[in-house]
Design a protein around this ligand. Structure first.
Ligand code: CA
Length: 301
């Protein structure tokens, strides 16, 4: 079966990440799921935004001089929503040099984009589902839950409340909730009784994922969301993680497929997708280029 196409921060290969145009494009390109990273403001609003700080993606330094922490960064949680709404979102840059992270993508000076709240984005996705007659699911990630709680906000509980308000309450609803923090996922499942599908994110420099660890994860979550490097291994051989996870009863979703940043050993996007789909048989693919992955998956089907 062809894997799910998960638009990583929207169609972010073409438009600035997590803007509504990037989500609309991903929806139109046939993504099965649209990703939301979730961070909080000082006054408790949930934003769809990837970083804890605003510097790499907005004009916060020009608009709010003197509001950085000692590390030089402007944190979302130090700003109220009304202030966040004044910011202009641009294509991702290196905050130190100002150089674009992906030089071939949407020009930083073009367009006028803003940060949206989770509520605004969910309303937008549901409106698109209605107007197009095609349902795209949502795939929110709770960013740094323990850090947020130290700042007085419980983003996991707030996220679940918001999802419920938009009708996402059952395991069969088109939603996956993802997090790197296994304690947070256990808390959602066991203490808060969340029935939605949960995804444990795993990264290349994390603890080893042997059969016992995967079996334990499977008691809480439905899938792992794994860094490509964890799955692909070397050019000659895959790591075995995808098979071991499947054996434990977990789905495998891979991140992140980028046409303009291929992993070592993959000479083309098709080679990468072939390894993921045919060799590893992953269940989902996070991608900045939903149209390209959709086209491959449609050929596969
Ligand atoms: Ca994410």
């Amino acid at each position: 079966m062809a894997p799910l196409v998960i638009a990583h921060r929207g169609a972010s290969g073409y438009l600035p990440e997590h803007t509504l145009p990037a989500k609309a494009l991903a929806h139109g390109q046939g993504a099965d799921y649209l990703e939301q990273d979730v961070v909080a403001t000082r006054d408790g609003a949930l934003l769809v935004f990837h970083d804890l700080y605003l510097d790499a993606l907005t004009d916060v330094r020009e608009q709010f001089p003197g509001r950085a922490r000692p590390d030089g960064r402007h944190y979302c949680i130090d700003f109220d929503l009304a202030e966040i709404r004044r910011l202009r979102v641009r294509e991702r840059r290196d905050p130190a040099t100002g150089e674009p992270r992906f030089p071939g993508r949407f020009p930083a000076a073009a367009g006028a984009f803003g940060i949206v709240t989770l509520e605004e984005e969910l309303a937008f996705v549901q409106a698109l589902n209605r107007s197009t007659g095609r349902v795209a699911g949502i795939y929110p990630e709770i960013k740094e839950p323990a850090w947020h709680r130290r700042h007085g906000i419980d983003p996991g509980a707030r996220l679940i409340e918001t999802l419920a308000a938009f009708g996402y309450t059952r395991p069969s609803d088109p939603v996956f909730v993802q997090c790197f923090d296994p304690d947070e996922l256990r808390r959602l499942r066991q203490e808060l009784g969340v029935p939605l599908r949960l995804v444990q994110l795993v990264e290349a420099d994390g603890p080893p994922l042997d059969a016992a660890v995967l079996a334990q994860l499977a008691e809480t979550v439905d899938a792992i969301g794994a860094d490509l490097r964890l799955l692909l291994g070397s050019e000659q051989a895959t790591t075995g993680l995808a098979g071991a996870a499947r054996e434990a009863g977990l789905q495998v979703h891979a991140w992140t497929v980028r046409a303009d940043q291929l992993p070592p050993g993959c000479a083309s996007l098709d080679v990468l997708l072939e390894r993921l789909c045919r060799d590893l048989r992953v269940d989902g693919i996070f991608t900045d280029f939903p149209d390209r992955v959709r086209a491959y998956c449609d050929r596969l089907a």
